[in-house]
Design a protein around this ligand. Structure first.
Ligand SMILES: Cc1cc2nc3c(=O)[nH]c(=O)nc-3n(C[C@H](O)[C@H](O)[C@H](O)COP(=O)(O)OP(=O)(O)OC[C@H]3O[C@@H](n4cnc5c(N)ncnc54)[C@H](O)[C@@H]3O)c2cc1C
Length: 385
């Protein structure tokens, strides 16, 4: 297998690295983390101008002639160096939800949503998880009842609806056939401006990390949606959701790889100049081995992420490979955040080192988008177990 990046993809790596250094310096990112505010939309509009929302979108919307998952991962790896959290604000739009609209939406839905996405003008939110259904997401209980005039009435509660307040669109999964078995009775809906809809009550949930990407509980109190809010066929919403989740798992793996590499690079620079016992700490064998193990895990995770991208590029979908990528990338990130912080000593414990931010953010990737055990179950099924 040849996972060599093309010349264009290497250019994406270089351009994104320069972009991140200029637009997202450490102190600016830490300020967003401290203030728990989203970065300005202007930052994302610049990404739009660079074409970085189009990796998985069709050419008709100024996307690419062919989807470019490898290019997408080249971008994610570099962007996540600055902040894994802020990468999810881009990814929820570019990787999970806009491709869902492009694949399953009506022409009108595509015309409304995708140009805004390509311009980096909007955030998007996903309402899937509920108080009673997380890992077992298909057992969701929020209902969408069709009225005689074809309108839908939504009632229920969603949890961890990230960026729902500022989102231009929320994609909601709701039960439209209460008698069908789990996955069979779910549909997906497109809801504009959820943050200013009086029938949706949003309450911020305080989280350990992910400060610049706020998450909310969302109460739907008889929210009325027009018939054309439905995305894809009625009761077939689970298919829409699944493709998005696979994409999410793959790019979460890439986030883990990019953030881990950023930690390693900083640890190496610091330990080469930090002298204790008369020599740089990088010369101590037990320290060197820890750094090597971080790099080993990161390189292994990178190969699994690239394999997932290659399968997605060739077949248009990747399921098992996405779970491999997610487990490897997320566990590697957690390991590197923990070990990196330790190796920097007291400095690692300071906010300015950036390690506490990584440490708090990394845990999300072992839980959100499907916990590690759920990913291992998917892999096990793929192995015929
Ligand atoms: C910051 C944040 C942002 C999020 N953003 C969104 C969002 O925008 N939209 C959205 O819909 N959801 C979002 N989520 C929800 C996220 O996807 C869920 O938290 C995740 O799927 C796990 O569900 P749960 O929290 O209900 O955990 P549970 O399902 O209660 O699981 C708890 C633990 O049980 C174990 N476990 C679960 N299943 C198994 C199994 N099959 N085998 C063995 N062990 C198992 C795992 O250790 C797991 O961590 C977000 C979550 C967080 C924390």
């Amino acid at each position: 297998m040849d996972f060599e990046l093309s010349e264009e993809q290497r250019a994406i790596t270089e351009t994104t690295r320069r972009f991140v250094e200029k637009e997202m310096p450490r102190q600016q990112v830490l300020q967003w983390v401290r203030d728990k505010v989203e970065p300005p939309q202007e930052l994302f509009k610049k990404l739009g101008k660079m074409g970085y929302y189009g990796f998985l979108l069709p050419e008709a919307y100024s996307g690419l002639e062919r989807p470019d998952p490898m290019g997408m991962l080249a971008f994610v790896e570099q962007f996540a160096r600055a902040s894994s959290a802020i990468t999810t604000a881009w990814g929820r739009v570019a990787v999970i939800l806009a491709p869902m609209v492009a694949k399953f939406g009506t022409q009108a839905q595509k015309d409304i949503v995708l140009p805004k996405v390509m311009a980096g003008e909007i955030f998007m939110a996903l309402g899937l998880t509920e108080p009673g259904s997380g890992s077992d997401a298909a057992s969701l209980r929020t209902t969408a009842v069709k009225r005689a005039d074809g309108h839908w009435v939504i009632s229920g509660e969603k949890l961890y609806c990230s960026q729902a307040k500022s989102a231009g669109f929320l994609i909601l999964a709701a039960r439209t056939d209460p008698h069908a078995v789990k996955q069979e009775g779910i549909s997906t809906f497109l809801i504009p401006n959820p943050g200013s809809n009086p029938a949706i009550e949003l309450t911020r949930i305080e989280t350990m990390g992910l400060g610049p990407v706020p998450t909310f509980s969302a109460h739907f109190r008889d929210l009325v949606l027009p018939p054309d809010a439905l995305i894809g066929p009625e009761n077939k919403g689970w298919q829409c959701v699944l493709g998005g989740l696979d994409n999410e798992r793959l790019y979460h793996g890439a986030i883990g790889v990019g953030a881990s590499q950023a930690i390693i690079d900083e640890v190496v620079v610091y330990l080469k100049q930090r002298v204790q016992f008369g020599k740089p700490l990088s010369k101590l064998q037990s320290v060197r081995h820890k750094i090597v193990d971080m790099q080993l895990r990161t390189d292994a995770a990178r190969l699994l992420v690239y394999r997932g991208a290659s399968v997605l590029e060739k077949t248009g979908a990747c399921h098992n490979e996405a779970s491999f990528a997610k487990v490897a990338g997320a566990e590697c990130y957690m390991h590197c955040a923990y070990t990196g912080l330790h190796l920097l000593g007291g400095y690692g414990y300071t906010v300015d080192s950036g390690l506490p931010m990584h440490f708090q953010d990394a845990k999300l990737f072992e839980i959100g988008g499907g916990a590690m055990e759920v990913q291992r179950d998917i892999i096990a099924r793929g192995m015929g177990l």
